[in-house]
Ligand binder design. Structure first.
Ligand code: SF4
Ligand code: FES
Length: 269
């Protein structure tokens, strides 16, 4: 703690209720901790303070709390958790703006690994399903790519800021740990890569990947995703754009059935 921080410390404390779970198969419980109030503190800096001295309000020394974080500036997406019942990034959640006691829980739509850490594999599996990349045919210099219109660039830039945090899946009533709905983030990434002048070459594959079980048809249009996205990505617009593409391809398949390549699914039901 530097001098400026030390002078900002008062006798005030902040109370945390933190979900503890040693193992995905074991039941969990809450532990309560108090940490000294520091002006400008965020949830991660308080978790670090608790890690230094993991003693509960009852005076019991417990195992340090486990959580994920890396960039501490809302870029890596790893620190998403439920804070006072709402999913958000812990590194940008300022203590001064939160009601106490501050309750921290892991996201519920992903399997718990331990305490506040979850396994977000389903997000990366969804990106694989929609082929969220632009294929290249070698590492040699291919020269400049096709030019992009500024109007497309401005849309694509916002879509490209997705940090795969999982907040949109956590807030979505259609996503459960038991189903495989790809969720808003992957649908929006399919839109991004289909807008890319080179990525367009695989656009039909991406649209087909959104058909069938777990695809775009599972969206219930609750629109919670767009409310919680820390990057303010227009997810509802992305879903509408890709839904239109799925409908167009389904109609094309009906009229040109013999020519339709075999895809991930048979189309929206
Ligand atoms: S779309 Fe937004 S909420 Fe969803 S994973 Fe990306 S950054 Fe997170
Ligand atoms: S630590 Fe990277 S987004 Fe919070």
């Amino acid at each position: 703690m530097d001098t400026a921080q030390a002078s900002a410390v008062t006798t005030k404390t902040i109370t945390f209720r933190i979900w503890r779970q040693d193992d995905p198969a074991k039941p969990g419980h809450f532990d309560e901790f108090k940490v000294p109030y520091v002006k400008g503190a965020n949830v991660i800096s308080c978790l670090m303070e608790i890690q230094r001295n993991p003693v509960t309000v009852e005076g019991k020394r417990v195992a340090p709390v486990i959580w994920d974080a890396a960039c501490l500036e809302e870029v890596c997406g790893s620190c998403a958790m439920n804070i006072n019942g709402r999913v958000r990034m812990a590194c940008s959640a300022l203590i001064d703006k939160l009601e106490q006691p501050i309750t921290l829980e892991p996201m519920s739509k992903f399997p718990v690994v331990r305490d506040l850490t979850v396994n977000r594999d389903r997000m990366f599996d969804a990106l694989k399903r929609i082929k969220g990349w632009v294929p290249i045919d070698g590492t040699h210099n291919l020269g400049p790519g096709p030019r992009q219109a500024p109007v497309d660039q401005s849309v694509m830039y916002v879509l490209s800021t997705c940090i795969t945090c999982g907040s949109c899946l956590e807030a979505c009533p259609q996503v459960t740990q038991e189903n495989d709905f790809v969720g808003a983030a992957a649908i929006s990434q399919a839109r991004l890569f289909n807008m890319n002048p080179t990525g367009k070459m695989n656009s039909e594959e991406r649209v087909r990947s959104l058909m069938g079980p777990g695809g775009i048809q599972d969206c219930g249009k609750a629109q919670n995703c767009v409310k919680v996205c820390p990057k303010e990505i227009p997810l509802v617009t992305s879903i509408a754009v890709m839904n239109r593409e799925v409908t167009k391809l389904t109609i094309k398949d009906i009229f040109f059935q013999d020519e339709a390549p075999k895809g991930h699914g048979s189309g929206p039901g």
